[in-house]
Design a protein around this ligand. Structure first.
Ligand SMILES: [Ca+2]
Ligand SMILES: [Ca+2]
Ligand SMILES: [Ca+2]
Length: 371
């Protein structure tokens, strides 16, 4: 009884008792039946009453229902049911609905969509639909399911190295992120963004990924990278962005030098131990390097070792401290001095080699500047 004429004659199905009864009724009183049937657009002029009845039998189905156009997930209990059903004679039909395990709604006139309320229970929900013709014939109840997930991911978190030289000698930043989505979850994915500098513009890095870490390659020396992430579920619930994680990519040792005396040596060995592979060093007392930088914090990066000695550090011409890079064994990319300010400004940093007896070498490997 429930058919769309476009897909008629596609398959012959068993004739139900109900339909047989209807067929007999219509054969007995064909004149009445024909008189009551309004004209149908695609009924050809040559079609007989018998053919019309045959079409109705062949096209028998129970209509169709989908929730939210058959989307996999819903993030709200308020959904739209999409309906398809028609009486072959074109007479009006009515429809009713129920949530699985609930009771039927009242009958209403057929419409191709219907607002519906799911029970607020997370997970797979099922909705039933049923149709009725003017003669009171009922279709078989049909149903559709959808996965309901109304909770946004929580406990968003992202981590990235504060100073890149602390974890690697090269320009690849590894960031890791996480979040949790209350079970049953429609599936958790992440968006990750980064920007250069605190005043930079956020740009997409990872969108809708299931991975929980990534490598940002070829980071630019001297820049400060900010990362943030959020969890998002497949139903469209979106978590809040994390507070940014900050990674300072230090300048290499030569980049910001404004003046120097000595410190003529450059060492590239051993590979991949020094920040960006090389260090500049001095072995003479009194030799110095002066840097000029703009930022709100600075990190002086050097090498510790048995033959490494002491140096004096000055900021903006003011003595800060004497640092000792002596150590029983070699340690690369160590922060030997740091200082921060409330707001960004331009400063100078000077290091003077003290030429410590027996271990006069002093390394300069990089300068981390946060901006
Ligand atoms: Ca569905
Ligand atoms: Ca969720
Ligand atoms: Ca270096």
């Amino acid at each position: 009884m429930w058919t769309l004429r476009a897909k008629q004659r596609s398959s012959r199905k068993p004739i139900s008792l109900l339909l047989v009864a209807q067929l007999i009724f219509q054969l007995i009183v064909p004149a009445v039946a024909v008189a009551n049937v309004p004209p149908v657009a695609d009924a050809g002029p040559d079609r007989t009453v018998e053919e019309d009845i045959l079409v109705a039998l062949e096209g028998k189905d129970n209509g169709a229902v989908t929730i939210n156009n058959d989307a996999k997930y819903a993030n709200s209990t308020a959904v739209t049911l999409n309906l398809a059903a028609a009486d072959p004679e074109g007479s009006p039909i009515s429809m009713r609905f129920k949530n699985d395990g609930g009771s039927w709604s009242g009958w209403g006139s057929f419409a191709s969509s219907k607002s519906w309320q799911l029970p607020a229970i997370q997970g797979t929900r099922k909705v039933w639909a049923q149709f009725k013709d003017v003669a009171g014939n009922l279709s078989e109840p049909i149903s559709d399911t959808i996965f309901l997930d109304t909770t946004a991911p929580q406990r968003q978190k992202i981590t990235a190295p504060r100073l890149l030289s602390n974890v690697t000698s090269g320009r690849t930043i590894r960031a890791a992120w996480s979040a949790t989505d209350t079970a049953p979850s429609s599936g958790l994915v992440y968006d990750v963004q980064f920007k250069l500098g605190s005043n930079g513009t956020w740009r997409a890095w990872k969108t809708g990924v299931v991975t929980t870490s990534g490598y940002l390659k070829k980071a630019v020396q001297g820049r400060t990278y900010f990362f943030r992430s959020r969890g998002r579920d497949n139903a469209g619930n979106v978590g809040a962005w994390t507070a940014p994680a900050k990674t300072i990519v230090p300048f290499d040792q030569d980049k910001l030098i404004t003046s120097r005396r000595g410190f003529i040596h450059t060492s590239a060995a051993p590979a991949n131990r020094h920040w960006l592979s090389t260090v500049r060093y001095s072995i003479r007392r009194g030799y110095h390097v002066k840097y000029k930088f703009t930022g709100d914090s600075v990190y002086l990066i050097s090498t510790l070792g048995p033959d490494r000695g002491e140096g004096k550090v000055y900021v903006d011409g003011v003595y800060q401290k004497t640092v000792d890079t002596g150590n029983a064994r070699l340690k690369y990319r160590r922060v030997i001095f740091s200082k921060s300010w409330k707001r960004a400004g331009t400063h100078t940093l000077m290091i003077i080699n003290l030429g410590t007896q027996g271990r006069s070498r002093f390394d300069l490997d990089g300068l981390g500047v946060s901006l």
